[in-house]
Write a protein that binds this ligand. Structure first.
Ligand code: ZN
Length: 400
């Protein structure tokens, strides 16, 4: 950002509007005085901003609050149905979509099978999902947020590396927005989940937290100092490819001994088949372990140990306040947790565990799609500082 733009009135106005809108997100109603208190803006500024937002149909007066003696204050709320967004979670073979209002409440759902793992077929699947959701948006759909596995450059809108498809540097956001006629934001699916945890989940108000997902793969997203951290090319948090077994099993990434190649669902199924002498599903093995089968229990405990050690290393680096475990692998968390906690305790440096809370949440596909919608909503409620992204960075300027 250029320094002379810091005084730009339009930009300040935009930031202040975003502050007020962010205050009004969620269920509770606020008086103008409440908003002034919590944003630090002056009373007249808040009054001017809220009238503009009311004129634009984004905010409405809903009720009157308790009087403190004089005239009772008017309470304001976000007009949740002033606009809608689509959130899509892309899996190996399906596009799972939700339509949400401005507070990320799901108002419609649709999904479509992907005929082929090609960009063209994936775009077609997403387009048909959006078309199925469109009527519920009453012509007020603001954009589409998409979460998928892989290394995603969200600023460029391109898929650098896809977990489930053999794509490289695919300009997916542009292809989609050309086909749909709406702005499209793409991001890593774990980041979508982190965005929703931060907006309304267990990460709300937490300054530093990490979300570790376990299931077919292993992923991680993180909020550091209150902001989602993506790294320089969108590839931060590839916990699944942390090397945990030297010369260990081959990974889909081409490396060996990656955490994902040791405890991801395909690896778990392989270990279970080896121990039990027959193929079983993970849930079946979970039931066997709970019924006292030591061989099945050992496989889950070993997975917990690897995960605990890897996550302990993450804690040593990031020193988070909270750790969230999510994904379909959490269905068997009771079986992996004791070994996970033991390994975590052994790995974490003295003191870094004080105050660290661990939460687990099972997320279904709809929740992931809602996360993708909230990525876009977060963008809509933030001032458009990225207007300046083509300008040299401060580091670039001081070098030149
Ligand atoms: Zn790997």
């Amino acid at each position: 950002m250029r320094i002379d733009r810091a005084g730009n009135k339009g930009l300040i106005r935009e930031i202040n509007e975003a502050l007020v809108l962010a205050e009004l997100r969620g269920e509770s109603l606020h008086s103008r005085a409440d908003i002034a208190r919590s944003t630090g803006l002056s009373g007249p500024t808040v009054t001017a901003i809220t009238s503009r937002l009311i004129d634009r149909g984004l905010v409405e007066e809903r009720a009157t609050g308790a009087s403190a003696g004089g005239r009772p204050p008017v309470l304001l709320g976000l007009r949740q149905r002033a606009g809608y967004v689509v959130g899509i979670k892309l899996t190996e073979n399906r596009a799972i979509g939700v339509l949400t209002d401005l507070d990320a409440n799901v108002v419609a759902r649709a999904d479509a099978a992907l005929a082929l793992p090609t960009p063209g077929a994936v775009v077609a699947g997403i387009v048909s999902t959006v078309e199925a959701l469109a009527p519920a948006g009453h012509g007020r759909i603001l954009g589409v947020g998409l979460g998928m596995g892989g290394v995603i450059d969200r600023d460029e809108g391109s898929v650098r590396h896809a977990t489930y498809f053999d794509w490289h540097n695919e300009p997916l956001a542009k292809r989609l927005s050309d086909a749909i006629g709406l702005p499209v934001l793409i991001d890593n699916d774990v980041n979508a989940l982190v965005a929703s945890e931060q907006s309304w989940g267990a990460g709300r108000g937490v300054k530093n937290f990490a979300v570790v997902t376990i299931g077919r793969g292993v992923g991680m997203g993180m909020v550091l100092d209150g902001r989602l951290f993506r790294g320089s090319r969108g590839g931060a948090g590839e916990l699944g490819h942390m090397k945990v077994v030297p010369e260990g099993p081959e990974c889909e990434c081409g490396g060996r001994g990656c955490l994902e190649a040791v405890i991801g669902e395909p690896a778990l199924l392989g270990s279970l088949a080896g121990e039990l002498g027959r193929r079983v599903s993970v849930d079946e093995a979970g039931t066997m372990a709970r019924d006292g089968d030591q061989r099945a229990a050992r496989v889950f405990a070993e997975a917990g140990q690897h995960l605990g050690r890897a996550v302990g290393n993450v804690v040593n680096i990031l020193n988070p306040d909270r750790l969230l475990l999510a994904g379909e692998g959490t269905h068997n968390l009771d079986l992996i947790m004791p070994a996970f906690r033991r390994a975590l305790n052994e790995t974490v440096f003295d003191g870094l565990q004080d105050g660290l809370s661990i939460h687990a949440e099972a997320w279904d596909d709809e929740a992931w799609a809602r996360g993708a919608a909230s990525l876009l909503l977060n963008e809509l409620f933030e001032p458009n500082l990225r207007l300046n992204s083509d300008e040299p960075t401060l580091i670039g300027r001081s070098a030149g």
